[in-house]
Design a protein. Structure first.
Length: 468
């Protein structure tokens, strides 16, 4: 099976730095089901092509790890050695793992630089026909050229095979192209060759970045990639939880439709979620850090940044969802940390509307996009548990500004940003609640804005900082 990646942006040989593969050498690795090779059929300043060639051992693949013969002939007589399947996706991850992580020590400025890229897939199996290829890649900003491959050119009456010769072209970062292919190849083939487990959900969301949640075929991609309904449902639920909070203003997405949060440049602002996390981290730093509790931590995105913050010496994550905490544990890779570092991080299940002694004694408590998920008649209980019983030295709280919703296409007039939001405050309503909490529990308070400011409707996110 073959895949070619071509850059036509001078100096085109920069592709070698980004892929960490020298154009003058052939790189070969074992991929379990055979061998994968990278070589450069052309390498000039105007045009540079890296080709991934995967040799599959069909006999070893059919017999499996234990060497047992397959039970039927289909395991031996098939197209797996020749078509761009999930095995090619595995080879991509094995050979280009550093590029997929966005690392280029030799020329780091290239990582975020979009290049004029071409992708060649001479034999791509597609379940659903050419329109599926277009539905998957055109929203990501690619031009798609495809041609059906006949079953046998000697017998035209047999018709076409399920395979197409496909060429993609567009302006993208190399990392974005690799991530798109890593996800889409198994989706197009729809026949993953390896065991699907819980970690596949994390892998899909990690490689999908922000573009997956905004892709019009998110559901199809998730269900085909993960194969099992329960895993796909989990992925879609997690994407739904993230998408509204991470949404940018209409018009922030570039003209090519590229929405990958990892591939940013100076021309495109950070997404709202990233701006929010940065604002919270800067506030934590300004408050002196210390012991920090993330209340309603979810799957640990903010926790992952808190544990790397030098001013923070202990972190507690609290969430009502056990499943979210399990995902947070995987995200933080707690089992890989040193014993000393592991002792500084705690994840606990708990409800924020009840007094909890585990929350006492913290320097800072964070309520980041949490209060709007609480029923309005339970807000007094939340305030009593956090500001009254736990009584941290400072509380940092963020919540959506309902007035700003007119700037979002996905929010209907009068609607809210997320299906689980129980309410959303206007700026006036938020200021009134903050003032009442400050008076009741003896905190001073300061309100600030996060995100692009609309002169008529204010910012998308409003933040309050309470200090004892």
């Amino acid at each position: 099976m073959l895949l070619s990646l071509t850059s036509t942006t001078p100096d085109a040989t920069d592709l070698g730095y980004l892929l960490h593969k020298h154009p003058d050498r052939v790189r070969t690795v074992d991929v379990g089901f055979g061998s994968a090779h990278v070589f450069y059929p052309e390498a000039s300043q105007e045009r540079c092509t890296a080709t991934l060639f995967v040799e599959v051992d069909p006999i070893a693949l059919a017999r499996g790890a234990k060497g047992r013969p397959a039970v039927n002939l289909e395991h031996y007589v098939n197209d797996r050695p020749y078509v761009a399947s999930s095995m090619l996706s595995v080879a991509l991850g094995r050979l280009f793992g550093t590029a997929l992580s966005g690392t280029c020590d030799a020329r780091p400025h290239l990582v975020t630089q979009p290049l004029d890229m071409e992708v060649g897939l001479p034999v791509l199996p597609v379940r659903g026909g050419e329109q599926i290829v277009r539905r998957l890649f055109e929203p990501l900003g690619y031009q798609v050229e495809s041609a059906a491959i006949p079953l046998d050119s000697r017998f035209p009456s047999w018709g076409d095979s399920r395979c197409y010769s496909v060429r993609l072209s567009g302006q993208h970062t190399v990392r974005a192209v690799l991530e798109h292919l890593f996800v889409m190849l198994p989706v197009l083939d729809d026949r993953k060759h390896y065991w699907i487990g819980d970690d596949e959900v994390d892998k899909l969301l990690r490689r999908g970045g922000d573009w997956l949640g905004s892709h019009p075929e998110t559901a199809m991609i998730s269900r085909r990639y993960l194969r099992f309904g329960s895993f796909a449902d989990e992925a879609l639920e997690r994407l739904a939880d993230d998408a509204p909070d991470d949404a940018d203003l209409v018009g922030d997405i570039d003209s090519a439709g590229q929405t990958d949060a990892f591939e940013r440049d100076a021309a495109r602002p950070l997404g709202l979620s990233e701006q929010r996390q940065q604002a919270v981290l800067e506030t934590v730093r300004g408050l002196g850090g210390g012991r920090v509790a993330d209340l309603g931590c979810g799957e640990g995105r903010l926790l992952a940044r808190l544990i790397d913050e030098p001013t923070v010496n202990a972190v507690l994550g609290i969430d009502a969802s056990v499943a979210a905490l399990e995902r947070a544990e995987r995200r933080l890779r707690l089992d890989e940390l040193s014993e000393r570092r592991r002792e500084q991080i705690s994840l606990r299940q708990g409800a924020l509307t009840y007094a909890d002694d585990r929350l006492r004694g913290f320097d800072i408590a964070l309520l980041v996009e949490v209060v709007e998920h609480i029923d309005p008649d339970r807000l007094d209980a939340l305030a009593a548990a956090v500001f009254g019983h736990a009584a941290p030295a400072a509380v940092v709280l963020t919540t959506p500004n309902r007035e700003h919703n007119v700037n979002y296409e996905h929010v209907h007039v009068g609607g809210m940003r997320h299906r689980d939001h129980r309410f959303e405050w206007t700026r006036t309503e938020f200021a009134a609640w903050v003032g009442a909490i400050s008076d009741q529990f003896g905190y001073s308070s300061e309100i600030s804005a996060i995100g692009p400011h609309d002169p008529d409707h204010g910012p998308p996110t409003q933040m309050a900082v309470f200090r004892q």
